[in-house]
Design a binder for this molecule. Structure first.
Ligand code: SF4
Ligand code: SF4
Length: 401
């Protein structure tokens, strides 16, 4: 696609990324076939090809309308289109740039600004989110249904093993996961302990930055990234083997730290090292000998691969292999490549589309009568549990028996 991008609205680095992305798009439209919003809404501008064209117009210096922003807001950032695209167009990087410019050139209304600000002020901070969740649980019976369904039941954290192995890995607690499902990281610690690996948490590390990044607050996102890098540096220097992610949404983000901080003279190298060391828990488990776990799974389960794992990180088929090896029967699930509608803050900001995707997804996941649904991202887990008849859990629990 030919584009004459405005140099006045883009930094030289963003100009290069956007020009490369736009010139590699051949406008074939194959990506539309796997785009969840295009499938639901049937509108060219709600598919990747149309959005790319809208971003091109914006970056060429054309006026930004409310309609442009609406179509970009409706994008789930699921990156399914990147998996499908035969030309390798880096859609999400182009979208990041497009959203930044659109945000500057088109003012949102008071209500929209307020809800986005509240999300940015609460979600990334566990010390703010945790008390609000506790209050929400107390008043759950009298809350409106749409809020009530978003408050999951309390889960016990479980025991963290005392573990002093030579092999050490860092784990990210993240922002909302310690409150919504604190048992995930303790289960991970127990599984890795049995495999001869100690899991270390750095208390100063926090939100990965994805919430701010997806809400177009780039500077805020960069601050979260730098804070995490600073928190992990000493453990990395003293030999931590990996930075383990138990939420694939955070994993996709941390693997991109190298990209986001590539031009920062102080952090570029450190960010590169952090991104190299970042691994989804499935990538770690897949390379270990699992005989010491002695798992004999018998349940029939449905696996939901989060978009941030299968499209964002391009980690495919890994969890399936681990669970099959441990004896679990993975039932066939239709349209496994499609998003469940959670997508970070999407379920709050775009409730109608999110609900439709959630409904389609749960129908497919429950079709073959699983005893449970397993996934690898806290956002998908809580979103699917809202409407599921069977438990929805992180797959690592199946190895923690
Ligand atoms: S599939 Fe790739 S090349 Fe084709 S329209 Fe979509 S982004 Fe462009
Ligand atoms: S990221 Fe997902 S929702 Fe957005 S254009 Fe690509 S496939 Fe569609």
């Amino acid at each position: 696609m030919k584009a004459v991008l405005s140099t006045s609205i883009l930094s030289p680095e963003d100009h290069e990324i956007a020009a490369d992305a736009l010139s590699s798009c051949v406008h074939c439209g194959m990506c539309n076939a796997t785009c969840p919003t295009y499938q639901l809404l049937g509108e060219e501008n709600d598919g990747p090809r149309g959005r790319i064209y809208l971003i091109k117009q914006v970056l060429e210096g054309n006026p930004v309308s409310e309609s442009t922003r609406k179509h970009l807001d409706r994008c789930l950032t699921c990156r399914n289109c990147e998996t499908t695209c035969p030309a390798g167009v880096p859609y999400s990087k182009l979208l990041d740039i497009g959203r930044q410019v659109v945000e500057q050139k088109s003012a949102r209304g008071f209500k929209e600004n307020l809800s986005r600000k509240i999300l940015r002020t609460v979600l990334p901070y566990n010390n703010r989110f945790a008390p609000l969740l506790t209050i929400g649980r107390v008043f759950k019976p009298i809350l409106p249904a749409r809020i009530k369904t978003k408050i999951p039941r309390k889960v016990a954290k479980g025991k963290t093993p005392i573990s002093e192995h030579k092999r050490r890995m860092i784990v990210l607690d993240g922002c909302v996961q310690p409150s919504l499902s604190p048992d995930i990281n303790t289960a991970t610690a127990r599984v890795l302990h049995k495999l001869g690996i100690s899991l270390i948490t750095q208390k100063k590390a926090g939100c990965c930055g994805a919430v701010s990044q997806h809400l177009s607050a780039e500077d805020e996102a960069l601050d979260f990234m730098k804070k995490n890098i600073d928190a992990w540096c000493s453990e990395i220097e003293s030999g931590a083997e990996a930075i383990v992610m138990t939420a694939s949404g955070c994993g996709a983000m941390v693997k991109d730290y190298a990209h986001y901080l590539r031009n920062d003279p102080k952090y570029a190298e450190k960010a590169k090292r952090v991104s190299e060391l970042c691994k989804d828990i499935s990538e770690i488990i897949a390379t270990e000998d699992l005989t010491s776990l002695a798992i004999k799974g018998e349940e029939k389960i449905s696996w939901h691969p989060p978009c941030t794992l299968q499209h964002g990180q391009q980690v495919k088929g890994v969890v399936e292999k681990i669970l099959s090896k441990c004896g679990y029967e993975l039932l066939p699930v239709m349209d496994q490549h499609l998003c469940c509608g959670s997508a970070g803050t999407y379920s709050i900001l775009q409730p109608e589309i999110s609900k439709q995707l959630q409904s389609n997804k749960i129908t497919h996941l429950q079709q073959n009568k699983p005893s449970m649904i397993v996934t690898g991202n806290i956002g998908c887990q809580t979103h699917l549990q809202e409407v599921s008849d069977v438990p929805v859990i992180h797959w690592i629990h199946l190895l923690d028996k």
